[in-house]
Structure formats: structure tokens, C-alpha cells
Design a protein around this ligand. Structure first.
Ligand code: ADP
Length: 341
């Protein structure tokens, strides 16, 4: 999955580069900076001494020394004052500059802490939004796997309004499987409608002609519907991509799915994706709830009201919010697995 939010200690991440929320001296400090220097050993400090510091919003790269990561990218986040002193632009620049350095150094996997969200005081929900916005924009143009590493779950929050809206939606909809009528309704709607023959007031010939036409149309309709029943997940996915006028790349990037997995699905018409993967495509294609159910069925799954994960997805689809990164933030906040591969 190109962008993933994980809970971990960044010094344990086995990636090409971890990013350090450093200060301008680059000579170590508290928080994540201290943890990285402790885990990397004195070699890191010695190399940092040669760099001549780093300006806020910029980034510099060193080796990873005793860390499992090959490199450390040091970036200096802004100190949060009141949000009116260019903090956001500087924080965005930290992510952009770090990603550019990672790319220049051929890094395929990079892990970020939530820069500035500790001692520097940037509100965590806003810091996370900046991280997600800049990283997801970068990933539209670049192949890389990027992790946002959240250290302390208690300190992590999505906006309180979103959290309470979703919590309320879960409360309203979290019901026993057997009282869930929505799937039944969707199934009924999916049945081909019958041609209404009885209300005709035209001549007999007209009537027969119309009936024949209707019957043919109904047959065509039924034929198309039967074909769609036989359609596999992969075939439905490719059909929907065409119908939506998207390119393959647009679709898998928006789904936060990596290219290799997409190629696998594309070349194997019987490929059975996991539920999060199937849902990620439904979100990327901006399918309605009924279409989402249909796509899930092709992969052998269904949306259920006895499952928080499903209700959260339903919440976002019903609001017409198809931003997979925002959905993943919310899933993470509710301790659910994330969408994507
Ligand atoms: P800043 O000075 O940029 O605010 P901090 O190190 O104080 O940097 O905090 C940045 C973020 O890093 C905080 O959200 C903090 O919880 C997190 N953090 C601290 N230690 C670690 C760690 N070992 N791994 C990942 N994140 C960490």
C-alpha cells in the first residue's frame, strides 16, 4: 500500500529511509530526534556535525548507522505559534523536501513521524492532515511506499467533529446481522424489471409490436444483467474503470494500491482480492453503496452492519467522501484495519 499509517517506534522501521524531526542544529535533541540518535549510535552524530545545520522546512540526508533503516532524512519542522506564521507552508515543505531527497537517493520505502506534533506543538490532527495531503499528492506522480508512523495512539486524533460524527453513525447503525435489510433491498433492486403489458391502450398490432420490442429489450437487459452476474471481480473492475473514463494508474493510485498488485488483478480474471482491497477500488471508482455491494459480492464479501469497519466505509460513501486517506485516518482512529493492499 503506497501510503500507510502504522503504530510503531520509528527507530524499529526496516525501510530505506526514516525521517527525523530534527532541530536546526542537527545535533540531536529530545523526542523522536533523541530516540533516533540513541538507536543509530555516535556515527550518526559525527556525520550530522559535518552538515552545518539545516533550515526550517528543509531536509538533509545521512546514513542510518545502527538503525535498521539505510538512511535518515533530517528535516526541521516549524514551531507552532498560532497557525498564522506560515507554519503550514513550512510543514508542507518538510514533507516535500524529504520526499524529494528520498527519491534522489532511490528510496523505495520511507517512514515519517508526525513532524512538529510533539514539543513543537503543531496540533496533531492538523499535522496529520498536512502529512497525508503532501504525501498523497507526491504518490500520484511517484512510486514509493510511505509510512506515517504514529508513536503514541493516545496522542493521535482525527478531528473531534469527524470522530463524533462517525461514532454516532456507528451507534445508529451497529445492529445485529439479522436485522439488516439493506442487502435485501439492493438484491431486489438488482432484479430486471418486467415489461408492463397490461396498461397498453393502443391497437392490437401496436400492442404486439411494442410487446415484441419490450420483450427484446428486456431480453437484452436480462442478457446484460446475466453477463454481469458472471463477471468476475477483475472484469467488473476493468469495466468500471472504462465507464468512469479513468486510466488504470488513476484508479490504483486513488485506491492506494500498488502497481504490482493491480497488474496481478488485471492479468488474472479470477483473482480474489482481500476485502480491504476490493473496497479500496470501490472507493477509488466512487461507486454508490449498491455498486459497492455488487463489487464486493464478486470477491465473495458483503457489507455488514455488525462490523464497525463496514459501517465506517458506509458512512463515508453515504457522505460522498471518497478520499481514501481520510477514510484510512478514520479507520485508524477506530482501531480498524486500513483500506488498500
Ligand atoms: P517536534 O519537535 O518536531 O514536535 P517531537 O520529537 O517532539 O518533534 O515529536 C514529533 C512526533 O514524533 C510526536 O508526535 C511524537 O509523539 C512522535 N515520536 C516520539 N518518539 C517517536 C518514535 N520513537 N517513533 C515515532 N514517533 C515518535
Amino acid at each position: 500500500m503506497p501510503l500507510e499509517i502504522v503504530r510503531n517506534d520509528i527507530t524499529k522501521m526496516k525501510v530505506d529511509a526514516i525521517v527525523n524531526a530534527a532541530n536546526e542544529s542537527l545535533l540531536g535533541g529530545g523526542g523522536v530526534d533523541g530516540a533516533i540518535h540513541r538507536a543509530a549510535g555516535l556515527g550518526l552524530l559525527a556525520e550530522c556535525r559535518t552538515l552545518g545545520g539545516c533550515k526550517t522546512g528543509k531536509a538533509k540526508i545521512t546514513g542510518g548507522y545502527n538503525l535498521p533503516a539505510k538512511h535518515v532524512i533530517h528535516t526541521v519542522g516549524p514551531i507552532y505559534n498560532d497557525g498564522k506564521h506560515g507554519e503550514k507552508a513550512l510543514l508542507e515543505s518538510c514533507y516535500r523536501e524529504s520526499l524529494a531527497l528520498a527519491k534522489e537517493n532511490n528510496c523505495e520505502t520511507v517512514a515519517f513521524p508526525l513532524i512538529s506534533s510533539g514539543v513543537y506543538g503543531y496540533p496533531k490532527d492538523q499535522a496529520l492532515k498536512v502529512a497525508i495531503d503532501v504525501i498523497s499528492n507526491f504518490l500520484l506522480e511517484n512510486e514509493m511506499t510511505v509510512y506515517i508512523v504514529i508513536f503514541d495512539k493516545a496522542a493521535y486524533k482525527i478531528s473531534e467533529k469527524l470522530f463524533s460524527d462517525i461514532a454516532e453513525y456507528i451507534d445508529d447503525n451497529y445492529v445485529d446481522e439479522h436485522t439488516d435489510y439493506s442487502r435485501e433491498r439492493i438484491r431486489m433492486n438488482a432484479l430486471p424489471s418486467m415489461a408492463p403489458r397490461t396498461r397498453r391502450k393502443k391497437s392490437d398490432d401496436d400492442f404486439l409490436e411494442i410487446c415484441d420490442c419490450k420483450a427484446m429489450l428486456a431480453e437484452d437487459d436480462l442478457d446484460a444483467k446475466l453477463k454481469q452476474i458472471d463477471e468476475s471481480f477483475s472484469q467488473m473492475l476493468l469495466r468500471k474503470i472504462d465507464e468512469k473514463g479513468m486510466t488504470d494508474a488513476e484508479c490504483y493510485k486513488k485506491a492506494n494500491i500498488d502497481r504490482k498488485l493491480f497488474s496481478k488483478i488485471r492479468s488474472d480474471i479470477h483473482y480474489k482480492p482481500s476485502k480491504p482491497t476490493a473496497l479500496a477500488f470501490a472507493i477509488s471508482l466512487e461507486l454508490s453503496l449498491a455498486e459497492t455491494e455488487d463489487m464486493l459480492r464478486k470477491a465473495g464479501f458483503a457489507l455488514s452492519h455488525s462490523n464497525k469497519f463496514d459501517i465506517i466505509i458506509e458512512y463515508f460513501i453515504s457522505k460522498g467522501n471518497y478520499n481514501i486517506f481520510e477514510i484510512n485516518e478514520a479507520l485508524f482512529a477506530f482501531d480498524q484495519s486500513l483500506l488498500g493492499a
